[in-house]
Ligand binder design. Structure first.
Ligand SMILES: [Zn+2]
Length: 202
């Protein structure tokens, strides 16, 4: 990347090029667009970024993003179905397909495949169990990846929920082995959801 002599511009290009899907070239185009529209773009963007920085946080019950100025969805409404996903990107993909319109639980990652399974790795698993009990949830849909880690996590969760008697289902095997939810096409995701199957705890 050829260096610009203005430090502020270089700094901005560096930050923007860290965003997903953007290389130095497209970062420069974006920065140029911003600089040419200081009033219409830079000003509202700066204001919005400050607000996001100050107000947006992760709910420590459901793992979703929430504003500190309002209650999280998970505490305000009654629901009887929870779809468990690894991260917010996965949730947004499932949401955008319109297949599932219920509540979500964002774990914040997966358990390591071969380490001590008693370590929850900072994942929101205990709070999932609490949510299931508190809301008398009827079904927990495990939409973790079809990777070894995703499977390990799904098993750990179904084990943790054993005492609650909740129905636990797992996305059908239409999900390719190793398949990450975020990158599935709508059709695959749709059939995986429709054909989800119950997990039987021995
Ligand atoms: Zn929440």
């Amino acid at each position: 990347m050829s260096e610009n002599s203005v430090k502020e511009i270089n700094d901005l290009i560096k930050i923007v090029s860290k965003l997903p899907g953007l290389g130095p070239k497209s970062a420069k185009r974006i920065v140029l667009k911003l600089i040419n529209n200081k009033e219409n773009l830079v000003k509202p963007l700066a204001k919005t970024l400050v607000e996001v920085y100050k107000n947006v946080t992760r709910c420590n019950v459901c793992g979703n993003l929430k504003s500190i100025n309002s209650n999280c969805m998970c505490s305000t409404k009654k629901y009887n179905q929870i779809c468990v996903v690894e991260n917010i990107a996965d949730m947004w993909v499932i949401e955008s397909t319109g297949i599932y319109k219920g509540h979500y639980h964002v774990l914040g990652g997966t358990l390591p495949a071969f380490e001590n399974k008693n370590i929850q790795n900072g994942l929101l698993i205990d709070s999932l169990v609490t949510r299931v009990k508190k809301n008398s949830v009827k079904e927990v849909i495990l939409a973790t990846s079809a990777s070894v880690e995703g499977e390990t996590t799904a098993h750990y969760i179904s084990d943790s929920l054993k005492d609650t008697k909740v129905k636990i289902t797992r996305l059908a095997k239409g999900v390719p082995v190793g398949g990450e939810i975020e990158f599935l096409d709508d059709g695959t995701l749709f059939s995986a959801f429709k054909n989800r199957s119950p997990i039987i705890n021995e």
